[in-house]
Design a protein around this ligand. Structure first.
Ligand code: JHZ
Ligand code: ZN
Length: 405
């Protein structure tokens, strides 16, 4: 079911030092159908590579187990994320004049890896792009296909890419690269899809944000790597697709978008600037305090929820996000603490939070007026608060520090 990591995924060094141990925790997107279902737990430890500064988990759970079927996360549920995707389509459209494509830019083309329910590709299509996707989860691939988006139901590997050779302007991959174990193989697949002058655009959560903003709940078995720019620069250079630009984004608690190409486009100053800005995190000493920060959040949330329980308050959660499931497990929450979790994703409703047995319910549950709402999808706090402001409840925002607003 899993393999143990002995060498760094990027540079192959065995100089790996553990800086965080979060114990044995359940898989965050395997949502049981009943409260009696047996839950598997796996070790969750983060290692730092002293050679290239990549943070990575100590184990790799089989991707077949994690993603091949019933992956319950639908990107389109969040309006904020859809807007982010639309902006990305506009940003890439603006780059078209730079790309010397053999067929010109009349019909710009993009292929999205791990295209989920087609959320990003729909936004590209609105801008006139010809779109296609790769999605390993069979149910999600079917949803995306039903939106008339050509979708290959497979994991993206070099082997897979060989069968879909094309000459796209762009290949995109948002929130998937951290989930990939054999990153070199993934990158070997890219030139099959991408025109020589085309651009590979990847978005990943940024490790500096994770450490600075206490986002330890984003550490779970799907996220194998926690990226700084430094290991990415090395990896993409070695793969022959060097990074020429990087943007800082606010999505998902702080992410970076990297632009890479086989064509040597002029290197933007953002690359060296970010490498310089993040340099403190190139050393293991920057991570020693993280463990203590994690403990403070867990203790504070536990204490607050216990006191609300004693006062007989009604507390609901909003967002059965992967990170929320994680946080609920670190805090060992039960229905005494949070009576139910509201999530508008149909594939999550009717299930339970693994390890905590808290039911996941529809938005209608807010009709039974909560006194407090815990925002487990704190990255979408503004959107969640806007949708529930009529309830007059107080909000608990757990990250970066437990706060009541
Ligand atoms: P959300 C995701 O993690 C997915 P998660 C993935 N694991 C990844 O890598 C990271 O992002 C970066 C619900 N919701 O997006 C939908 C509503 O019900 O923060 C989701 O279940 N109503 C691949 O799972 C959850 O909340 C709403 O209005 O931590 C949000 O999950 C909104 C806005 C959300 O990501
Ligand atoms: Zn390394």
């Amino acid at each position: 079911m899993y393999r143990t990591v002995t060498r760094c995924r990027v540079c192959k060094s065995s100089e790996l030092e553990k800086y965080l141990d979060l114990g044995n925790t359940p898989l965050v997107n395997k949502l049981p159908m009943s409260s009696s279902e047996r839950i598997e737990r796996y070790p969750l430890e983060v290692l730092f590579c002293k050679e290239c500064a990549l943070s990575q988990l100590s184990i790799v759970v089989s991707p077949e187990v994690l993603y091949a079927s019933n992956y319950p996360y639908y990107s389109s549920v969040s309006k904020t994320f859809r807007e982010h995707c639309h902006q990305m389509a506009l940003d890439l459209e603006a780059m078209l004049p730079m790309i010397q494509h053999p067929y010109g830019n009349k019909f710009p083309t993009v292929s999205d890896i791990a295209s989920n329910d087609g959320c990003l590709l729909e936004e590209f299509r609105k801008e006139g792009f010809v779109v296609s996707g790769f999605e390993p989860c069979k149910e999600l691939a079917a949803v995306s296909t039903s939106k008339l988006i050509g979708t290959v139901n497979d994991f993206f590997t070099e082997e897979c890419a060989k069968n879909y050779s094309s000459s796209r302007h762009f290949v995109t991959a948002t929130n998937v690269f951290a989930h990939v174990d054999d990153v070199q193989d993934f990158l070997r697949g890219i030139p099959y899809l991408l025109d020589k002058s085309g651009v590979l655009v990847i978005e990943v959560p940024y490790l500096v944000d994770m450490i600075q903003k206490n986002e330890f709940d984003t550490i779970y078995h799907e996220h194998l790597s926690y990226f700084l720019l430094k290991p990415l620069v090395r990896l993409f250079r070695d793969a022959g697709i060097p990074i020429f630009k990087v943007d800082k984004l606010s999505i998902h608690g702080g992410s970076i978008r990297i632009y890479a190409s086989q064509t040597p486009y002029e290197k933007h100053e953002s690359v060296d600037r970010m490498l310089n800005d993040e340099s403190a995190y190139h050393h293991i000493s920057a991570y020693y305090d993280f463990r203590r920060q994690v403990r403070i959040v867990v203790d504070n949330l536990d204490e607050l929820l216990e006191s609300l329980h004693k006062q007989g308050k009604r507390v609901l959660g909003y967002g059965a996000s992967a990170k929320g499931v994680n946080l609920m497990n670190y805090c060992k929450l039960t229905t005494n603490d949070v009576q139910a979790i509201v999530d508008e994703t149909l594939t999550k409703q009717g299930h339970y939070i693994p390890g905590c047995n808290i039911p996941i319910v529809s938005f209608a549950e807010f009709g039974n007026k909560p006194d407090y709402i815990v925002l487990f999808a704190w990255n979408f706090a503004a959107e969640l608060m806007e949708k529930t402001k009529h309830l007059g409840a107080k909000y608990i925002i757990p990250i970066p520090n437990v706060e009541i607003v």
